[in-house]
Design a binder for this molecule. Structure first.
Ligand code: GLN
Length: 470
């Protein structure tokens, strides 16, 4: 297998056994980047020089028998993560030439764990979108079929992993932006519990919904990456002092005796029949493996998108107010259409006279949505659901229909409103394009989600496929 398509676990083994060096691993990623980046549009900025230095340093440490969790592993960052001295644009022309003076906490943690930062991945501008097409720098293509979108907003991050340009990538998920692209690219995507990973230094979209997570090839890699990034951060008051246990500790415990809930509101008309069939196969598999399958109801699901599209733009309008062209960045007319749409919507719902009718009401419904999950988790340990009602769509298909685009998050956004964790794992291919399912659990139940996801993965091995057969 080509080095850049290895999992983190495989790469660590190879590095330790001196089969190859971190510089070899990095060069393998750069080979793929040079071959395909112009066409796929995955990276907005490459940090080849810095990465090479980091890889050389890692090789020295490895030679001295040092071990760090991500020593010598090439990782891509969504271009929302502030990187000291490296351009960070949020895929918006507003920040076209912005160079942050500091690293986000997650970036610092990754570097301290020995990771090699390959570059900054394309995304929807300010993370607004489900397809990657809102990037001011052009869309990223889906390498499984280049006529299709790879899912957004963390489009470049997901593609960097499936296309073998990095072994893992970071993303943000405010209403599906990790799980959707993971599902559309045959990668594993973790959206951790709200507050589990520090948001410090990550360009904010909607602060009460933003979760920081990862894309990897395998569930085990996802757990080991979260081991590095999770935890309390003095610089982010929303990170609680909940202990970070080893997320990989329960990976191989199987699913016997677990109660898995199937929410009827997620299997409604509008869900692609073929996706439904694939999820049903997964449910049967878990049943056969000894899990108890229980039908549940999350009755307020139908209000989630309306609620999300009031709360989220309200917070967006507040967060984007700082980009006034005075302190840093270009003037406000540089904002793209989608950002302008959200600023206007948010300003409207927060105005006197409309605040009570929209924002306050949405906050109440948000509580009901959260209570739906609380009630469900009294009966079941975890929930299985589709990530998206449809398969990846063609580039351009929904760009002129924002409502249609918003509806692609109907199964993803409720999870952010409730603040619970969600793991998207590959469950196969439909007409040549990948599809995933999401596994949901109570707050801070990431270990359980990894355990359930791992059991599926090791019995199906979809992760072994990459679009180039490398
Ligand atoms: N697609 C959703 C939106 O545009 C979610 C975006 C995200 O999770 N960053 O709001």
């Amino acid at each position: 297998m080509k080095l850049s398509h290895l999992s983190i676990k495989q790469a660590k083994k190879g590095l330790k056994e001196k089969q190859f060096s971190s510089v070899d691993l990095l060069n393998s990623c750069f080979e793929e980047i040079k071959k395909r980046n112009t066409n796929l549009n995955v990276f907005l900025t490459l940090s080849e020089k810095e990465a090479t230095e980091q890889a050389k340093k890692a090789d020295k440490l490895i030679a001295n028998r040092q071990d760090l969790p991500l020593l010598g592993i090439p990782i891509a960052l969504k271009d929302l993560f502030s990187t000291k001295g490296i351009r960070t644009t949020a895929a918006s022309k507003v920040l076209d030439d912005y160079i942050p003076p500091y690293d986000a906490t997650v970036v610092k943690k990754l570097k301290n764990a020995g990771a090699v930062i390959v570059g900054k991945a394309n995304c929807d501008a300010w993370a607004h979108g489900s397809s990657g097409e809102n990037s001011d720098f052009g869309p990223t293509k889906n390498p499984w079929n280049e006529a299709y979108i790879p899912g957004g907003s963390s489009s470049g991050s997901a593609v960097s992993v499936t296309a073998g340009m990095a072994l893992a990538a970071t993303g943000t998920d405010t209403g599906g932006s990790i799980r959707l692209p993971a599902s559309f690219t045959n990668t594993v995507g973790i959206k951790p519990t709200y507050g589990r990973v520090s948001r410090y230094g990550i360009i904010a979209m909607a602060s009460s919904l933003d979760s920081i997570g990862h894309f990897t090839k395998t569930v085990e890699d996802s757990a080991s990456l979260l081991n590095v990034t999770a935890g309390k951060d003095e610089l982010d008051a929303t990170t609680p002092p909940v202990e970070v246990l080893d997320y990989a500790k329960d990976l191989n415990k199987g699913v016997k005796g677990l109660k898995i809930g199937i929410p009827k509101e997620y299997f409604i008309e509008g869900l692609d029949k073929k996706i439904k069939e694939e999820i049903e196969k997964a449910i049967k598999f878990y049943e056969k493996e000894g899990a108890q399958i229980i039908d549940i109801s999350l009755p307020n699901t139908e209000y989630a998108i309306a609620t999300y599209y009031i709360i989220q733009p309200a917070e967006v309008s507040s967060n984007l107010a700082r980009y006034d062209g005075i302190r840093f960045g270009n003037a406000r007319e540089t904002f793209g259409d989608e950002a302008k749409r959200r600023i206007m919507l948010g300003t409207f719902t927060l105005s006197v006279g409309y605040y009570d009718a929209y924002y306050k009401k949405a906050m109440r419904v948000r509580t009901l949505i959260k209570q739906d999950f609380d009630n469900a988790f009294e009966k079941v340990d975890a929930i299985i659901a589709p990530v998206s009602p449809t398969m990846p769509w063609k580039l351009g298909e929904k760009v002129n229909d924002p409502l249609k685009m918003y509806l692609s998050d109907v199964f993803a956004a409720p999870i952010n409103l409730a603040g619970i964790p969600g793991l998207s794992v590959p469950i196969g291919f439909i007409d040549g394009l990948p599809v995933g399912m999401q596994i949901l659990g109570p707050h801070f139940s990431e270990s359980l989600l990894f355990r359930i996801g791992q059991h599926y993965e090791i019995n199906h091995n979809w992760h072994e496929r990459n679009p180039y057969g490398l």
